[in-house]
Structures are given as C-alpha cells and as structure tokens.
Design a protein around this ligand. Structure first.
Ligand code: DGI
Ligand code: FE
Ligand code: FE
Ligand code: FE
Length: 187
C-alpha cells in the first residue's frame, strides 16, 4: 500500500491532533529505519497505522480482545493499552495490511515486548520522540536514539514506568519484561 492511500485510510479514524502525531511518528520512523538499516517502507506503514484503533470505544475493544483471543490479562490493565493489540487486529481486518512484521510493530508499540525486532523498536521509539512530544526527558531520549536504539528504548521505558508509578497505575508485565530483557543485553 502506498503512503497516500494509507494516510487517507487512517485520517478517517483519528482527530486532527492525533493525525499530526501520526505524521510525526511516520517521519521519525523513516529517519530511524534509514539510520539503523530497517525496511523503510515497513517502518512507514507501521507508523502510519500504529494508532489506528486509538478512538475505538472501550466496549468495542473489549469485545475484540475476547472474541479474537487477544491476551485476556489486558482487561485487568488500563484501557489505554488496548488500542495497540486491537489496532493490529483491525488494521489487518479493515485495511488489509497482512505483513506480520508490520502488525507486530503496531501490536507492541505501547509496551514493547521481550523479543523486540528492529522494526518494533523503531516504531516504539518514534512514537515516544516524534517532534510533537513534550514529555519530561524526551530530549535525552531523542539524543540517545541517534546513538543506540536499545539505550533509547530503555530510557523511554524508564520514563514511562516512573510516570506510571507516580500516578499509582499498574505496570503491564510486557513493559517490565521489555525493560528487563534490554537491560540484560546491556550487561
Ligand atoms: O497512543 P499514544 O498516546 O501515541 O502512545 P502509546 O501508545 O505509547 O500510549 C501511551 C500511554 O500508555 C501512556 O498514557 C502510558 C500508557 N502506558 C504505557 N505502558 C503502560 C501504560 N499504562 C499502563 N497502565 N501500564 C503500562 O505498562
Ligand atoms: Fe498508541
Ligand atoms: Fe509509546
Ligand atoms: Fe502514538
């Protein structure tokens, strides 16, 4: 699928603000894919579709998690996490994207996973550092992203975990497993 077609599909699913974020993630993903030797076309498409399900009603996402046998523990955690795995399902069903590498990068863009591929890391990170993001500490992650993808993902996860702890929120196991698995490789 070409960029224009993909953007046209996704624009209908998103608010203007979220669409701008998506453009930022797309541009950042392409830059990182070129720098680290990933498939640029896959990085572009995964980025365009990564937040496809962001505005689906909770009830619809819950039904999909159950009917499609997505991890049922998702239902015990914040619904903010659901749009990633539900998005991977809907992008295949509704937009006809069937490349498993692209679907996986969408599925894990919020939490990561313990066996992240290069593409998964690029989309995860681009989502965190795209130019519109203003999180505390984001500039440091932007700098790290030009030195080491793993170090940048670790720092983004640390920031997210601290943020969740401060808000008294649960940490989804994949988030912690991603952190642990990348930290082990650093040692
Ligand atoms: O969809 P975006 O806003 O572009 O970004 P995202 O898909 O990375 O979602 C970020 C949100 O997900 C943010 O509010 C923090 C939350 N989040 C990330 N990891 C976890 C988490 N929430 C919980 N409860 N547990 C997690 O492990
Ligand atoms: Fe998201
Ligand atoms: Fe993210
Ligand atoms: Fe996003």
């Amino acid at each position: 699928m070409d960029r224009q077609k993909a953007l046209q599909i996704v624009k209908k699913q998103l608010t203007d603000k979220r669409y701008e974020h998506t453009i930022g993630v797309m541009e950042t993903s392409i830059q990182l894919a070129k720098k680290y030797g990933a498939d640029v076309k896959k990085a572009e498409l995964a980025a365009i579709f990564h937040d496809y399900a962001k505005f689906r009603p909770k009830e619809e996402m819950e039904k999909i998690i159950i009917s499609q046998k997505l991890p049922s523990q998702l239902l015990d955690y914040h619904s903010e996490l659901w749009h990633a795995p539900v998005g991977a399902y809907l992008v295949k069903e509704e937009a006809g994207i069937d490349d498993e590498e692209i679907l996986q990068a969408i599925r894990y863009h919020t939490t990561g996973n313990k066996d992240m591929t290069l593409l998964d890391k690029i989309v995860f990170l681009a989502d965190y550092i795209e130019p519109g993001r203003k999180f505390p500490g984001v500039d440091h992650v932007r700098e790290l992203s030009q030195q080491s993808l793993d170090k940048a993902v670790i720092q983004a996860l640390k920031n997210t975990i601290k943020f969740l702890l401060d808000k008294n929120q649960l940490i989804y196991p994949d988030t912690l497993e991603t952190y642990n698995s990348l930290m082990k490789k650093q040692q």
